[in-house]
Each structure stands twice: as C-alpha cells, then as structure tokens.
Design a binder for this molecule. Structure first.
Ligand SMILES: C[S@@+](CC[C@H](N)C(=O)[O-])C[C@H]1O[C@@H](n2cnc3c(N)ncnc32)[C@H](O)[C@@H]1O
Length: 630
C-alpha cells in the first residue's frame, strides 16, 4: 500500500501505529536508544513547555536531537503561548472585549519603538508580562553573548522586540543598544567559534561594558543606514514620542560607552533592522537579523536638533551571507501587488472561486481542487444545540460553547483571533448558536484569511506558501476533501492525500497519542460514548480523502520542523469521529516561507502491496530532518 498523507497508516501492531491527526506519540525506548550518544542533547519532552510540545518534529514517535533552530522555535512558541495567555487575561480583566481591541504585542505602533505600543483599552502589557514570566521560569534561550547565536541565521525574522528578548538576540524591549556589563573572558567569545574580524586585545579580561546588539528602526533622526555601512546614533536624549527628535545631549555611559569599548577592543555587534510589513490595517513591525557589524569609530557632534549626539560608524563584516534585497523587500511590504505580477503564473485561482481569497498557482497544476463533498455512505450528524449569546460570545460563564471548551473561549482577540493553545478539540459556535457570524468563536469557519500560493518545488512536487504574515495561533486553512469511511480505503494505493480524523483517539490518549491542553469532553447528550469507546480502540473510523477533491491543504508538505499544527474543531455537530481538521500556525510565519505540518508517520509503518516495508525520503531540509517521511 502506498503511504498516505500524515496520519494514515497501514494497520500494524499497536507499537508500530503512529498517532494520527494530532500526530503525537510517546518516545519509545527503542527509538530513544537509537539516538547517537555523540549527539548533543535530547530535551526531555517535559522540559519543553507550552506550545513547544506540539507535533513539531521533536515529538512524533522518534527521539531526535533538538537542533539549534528548533530550540529557537520552541522558545518563541513558549513566548507566544504565554503572550496569548496574558492577552486572554487582559481581555477578561477588561471584561467585554471590543472587536479586535488592540493589545500591544510590541510589534505595531506609531513611534517605531516596538514596545511602546498603544493599548486602546487595556493597559497591562501582555508582551512584557510574557517576557518576565519566561525569564523567571528560565525558559529564555541565550544570555548576553557577542557574535552570532546558534540557530539564528542572518535573515531570521522576529515578530516583536519581546520575541528577540525571549531568544536573547537583543535583550532590550525599549533600548536600541543591548550591552553586557558582566565580566567575561576573551576565551568565551572565542569558544563560540566567532571569527572576530580584528585582532583581539592581548588582555584576557575585556573592558566592560561591551555592546552585543543594536536595533535600527528609524527612531533617531541622525541615523544613516546604507545597508552595509551605518551611521548609528548613540542612545539617550530622544523624546521617545515617536517624532524622532533629540531633546537633550547624549552622555558617554551605558550603551554608548559599550559601543565605544567595542571599537577599542575590536568586538563586533549584531545588527537588527526593524521595518514595517503588510499593508493598511494589517501593518506590523517586524525585525530581521542582518548579521555582525564592526564598530569602526565614533565622533561626537551636534545633531539635527542641535543637541550633542554620538555617531558610530559601523561596517558589515564580509564573510557572512549577503543581505538579500529581495528578502528585505519581502519583510518591508506585502509581497504581492497583484496576481498578474507573479512569476510563472499558471492559474490565478486554484480554488475556482470557492475561497474568499484567490489562491494562485505558479506552475502547471494538473489537479485543480473542486468543492469538498461527503461520500454517500457517510451521514453527517445533526447540528448540536447552541449557545444563547446575542451578537458575539463574550461571557464565558454564560456561554454554553465556552463551557465545552473548559469554561473559556479558545480564541483571543488579537490579529483577528488567535488560538491561545492547541487543544484536544476546539468547540466553536455553530448553526444553532444565537450569536452572530462575526462571533470570534467561529474563527476557523471564516475561510481563508491569508493570501496563499501553490508553487512547484524541486523535490517535493507542489508546495504552499503564504504571501502574507501569519501570526501564531491563527487558523490557516481546513483540510478539505471527501469524507469517507477509513476501511474503504484500506486497499487503495497511490493516494497521498488521505487524512485520518483521530480527534477521538487524541481526546482519549489512545495509540500513544499525547493529550493536549484542556480536558474537554464530548457532551454526553449525543449518547455516543459506548460506540466511541469501541471504535476509538480500532483506529480512526473516518478520514478525509483529498485525492480527487480537495482544497489548498492537500498541497501542504511535511516537515520535521513544521510551522503548522493540526487542530480538530467541532462546529456544527459534536461527533469527534467526524471533526473538522484545521491547520493552525504554530509560529509567526513570515511571507514566502513554505507552510508545513508534521505528517507524523512512524518509521517502518507503511507496507507495500508485496508486504514489504516501504521507505520514502524526506526532503524537508530541516536541520533536524529524520531523512525519511516513512
Ligand atoms: C499531501 S501531498 C503534498 C503535496 C504534494 N507535494 C503534491 O505535489 O501534491 C503528500 C506528498 O507530497 C510529497 N511530500 C510531502 N512532504 C514531503 C517531504 N518532506 N519530502 C518529500 N516528499 C514530500 C510526498 O510525495 C507525499 O506523499
């Protein structure tokens, strides 16, 4: 039998079955033993807090070494989870959240300083609270270090300054210069394998403080940025009101002194540029790591507003990946202006008008998706009773749908609605609810919200990327196709587009699946528990077959370090065997990054028609790729 997309597997012994849909499995002892002793470190799953323990390639049935880039991703996920938790707390505190009340995430504001955002109604900063919680629980990644940081490559993008604090790229939410005053030895910098551009001082102790990173975000009127060469204004004396004006002389202390010490000792500084991304109301500030710069010299002079400023001249160190203009362009504005401008455009809308946002394909597409349908022998259960809320559901104590979600609303009012944490299942409001269609608790039913593009890859066939920024926790698309009974497809080969619906198995932790956040239970009123118990033991009863009919989700490839996760959603009926499968953003996804999720195949779990185990190479390219899809 041919391998099937994600969860779907040939029936094998219980040990060999992978977890499905949610694709999480305990690490078997065998697999743990296989991990080379030489390799650096395997994080115990318990150590990976919050959102990190998603099916993100570190936890799908094999124990692999956590790569540096994965550590960065996991830290950012932890930060995001905390951030969304605090946003939710703020919403509760403010009691009635207005539609899309803007609570600063440190990325969108008027004055160019990411952490000075304006919260219209709420004043407690969730991003700052998330950072202090992360630091208190010691889940932040790097302490102050000079040079590149492992897992953060030149070009790496961040959605806020707080996110950079979380990983330690730039440890200041407000200040442009991050420096260390802690005693360090020159050897420590050398041990990081940084090729320092100039001769190190002979002294073993370095002169402190020294600067580790600076952020260029257009905040200072005297800055000059020519990409490879920068005139950087020192810190202080700025009115911090967003109009870039100097109001006092700068003083040679703290960050300014640190930069001077870098000059004297030949120590490089990381440069991060902040820029606007997106258009109209969706504009946000994002930050790109542009590599190491040498601080050449400085001078003190009278600035544009007549006050003394320090001007530091920086030059980009040469042996680094080039600053790609395109990459900067992608970051600075929404990528596409119109479909007619796309290279290799072969289809302006592969959804044939079915989606509210057109999905362009940039190569030949031989199986255009058609509208989803249900096989004749599958009957959709009747709609479940709904809540009695009027307008939008806002009171978790009164809303019966919130009760199903563990007495809470799963989505927070941020970026149009983000799921605070992955759950076993999300109960959304449905046809029998009295709330309106704009209720946030219908978030995954709103269709596509991001401009996706199907494009051809060298090794993996078609793939999907977003031309918009997608915030973590946002629903990206539903996996659509023909709803079928799983056993019908047991003898079908050559279908790579089958997705098992394993919501019930996940909720019960069956077959090695790990439970997710929130212990929800299917309402007993549907009287299906007995039947469910029997069925769930024998594996998912239904699947979504996107082989002949599907939507854009069928083109999304597997990655061992994916940026999407699978979330089961119940919105009309409450039968978990027939839950909707929705792909959510696990991370902040920047424009033009391939969208991927973990197919969750267990190695050696797919058997061919000849009874032999089938192997299929994985070309995801992740640092931690296990090299086989199955
Ligand atoms: C659901 S389809 C994804 C879309 C597919 N690329 C296409 O062109 O239609 C699953 C198939 O894509 C390919 N694929 C997905 N992820 C892959 C990966 N990481 N490495 C190699 N092939 C992959 C495999 O052929 C797999 O059976």
């Amino acid at each position: 039998m041919q391998g099937r997309v994600s969860p779907r597997l040939q029936e094998k012994s219980d040990e060999q079955k992978t977890s499905c849909g949610s694709k999480r499995k305990r690490l078997s002892d065998d697999l743990k033993d296989q991990v080379s002793k030489k390799e650096t470190e395997v994080l115990p799953v318990e150590d990976i807090g919050c959102r990190s323990d998603l099916e993100t390639g570190c936890n799908n049935g094999d124990a692999r070494v956590v790569s540096d880039s994965m550590r960065v991703t996991m830290t950012l996920r932890d930060f995001d989870t905390l951030y969304l938790r605090f946003v939710q707390e703020e919403e509760k505190r403010c009691h009635k959240p207005k539609d899309d009340v803007h609570i600063s995430n440190g990325s969108e504001n008027n004055n160019g300083n990411a952490c000075d955002g304006h919260a219209k109604r709420c004043t407690r900063r969730p991003d700052l609270k998330a950072i202090s919680e992360l630091l208190n629980s010691k889940k932040n990644l790097y302490s102050k270090k000079i040079g590149h940081l492992p897992g953060i490559n030149v070009g790496h993008q961040f959605s806020s300054r707080a996110a950079m604090v979380a990983v330690g790229l730039h440890g200041q939410c407000l200040r442009g210069i991050d420096y260390t005053g802690e005693s360090s030895k020159v050897e420590e910098f050398r041990s990081q394998k940084i090729t320092l551009p100039v001769i190190q001082p002979k002294k073993r102790e370095i002169m402190l403080p020294v600067a580790v990173s600076i952020v260029l975000s257009g905040q200072y009127e005297d800055d000059v940025d020519k990409s490879e060469e920068v005139e950087y204004t020192g810190e202080g004396g700025n009115d911090l009101l967003g109009n870039k004006c100097q109001v006092k002389d700068q003083v040679m202390c703290r960050g300014n002194l640190a930069l001077k010490n870098n000059i004297d000792q030949g120590l490089p500084v990381r440069v991060i540029r902040g820029h606007k991304c997106g258009v109209g109301g969706h504009q946000r500030k994002i930050y790109t790591y542009d590599g190491l710069y040498k601080v050449d010299h400085y001078r003190e002079e009278r600035g544009a507003s007549g006050f003394n400023v320090f001007k530091y001249h920086l030059t980009r160190i040469t042996d680094q990946p080039k600053l790609v203009t395109n990459q900067v362009d992608f970051a600075r504005k929404k990528v596409s202006k119109g479909h007619s401008e796309l290279n290799g455009l072969v289809c302006t809308d592969i959804s044939g008008g079915e989606e509210k946002i057109r999905i362009a394909a940039t190569n030949v597409c031989d199986v255009p998706p058609i509208a989803p349908s249900v096989a004749e022998n599958v009957s959709i259960p009747p709609n479940a009773p709904g809540c009695n809320c009027k307008g939008k559901c806002t009171n978790a104590e009164k809303c019966s749908c919130a009760r199903l979600n563990g007495n809470d609303f799963p989505y927070v009012h941020d970026d149009g609605g983000r799921l605070g944490e992955p759950r076993d299942v999300v109960f959304e409001c449905g046809p029998n609810c009295c709330c309106g269609l704009s209720c946030l608790n219908r978030r995954s039913q709103q269709g596509l919200n991001y401009e996706l593009e199907v494009y051809r890859t060298k090794d993996k066939g078609w793939a999907v990327r977003s031309r918009d920024f997608i915030p973590s926790g946002a629903p990206v698309c539903e996996y659509s196709g023909i709803l079928r009974k799983s056993d019908e497809l047991d003898n079908v080969s050559e279908n790579d587009y089958i997705f098992d619906i394993d919501c019930l198995q996940t909720m019960r932790g069956i077959g090695g699946r790990e439970r997710r956040f929130r212990n929800v239970s299917i309402p007993s009123s549907n009287n299906a528990k007995k039947r469910d118990d029997h069925i769930s033991e024998s594996g998912p009863e239904f699947c979504i077959d996107a082989g002949t009919s599907g939507n854009v989700a069928r083109f999304i490839n597997h990655s061992c370090e994916p940026n999407l996760y699978v979330q089961c959603v119940l919105s009309s009926h409450h039968d978990a065997r027939l839950a909707r499968v929705v792909l959510f953003a696990a991370d902040n996804i920047f424009p033009m990054k391939e969208l991927t999720y973990d197919y969750g195949y267990q190695l050696d779990s797919v058997v061919g028609p000849d009874g032999k185990i089938k192997e299929f190479p994985c070309y995801c390219g992740a640092a931690n790729c296990r090299k086989r899809l199955y």
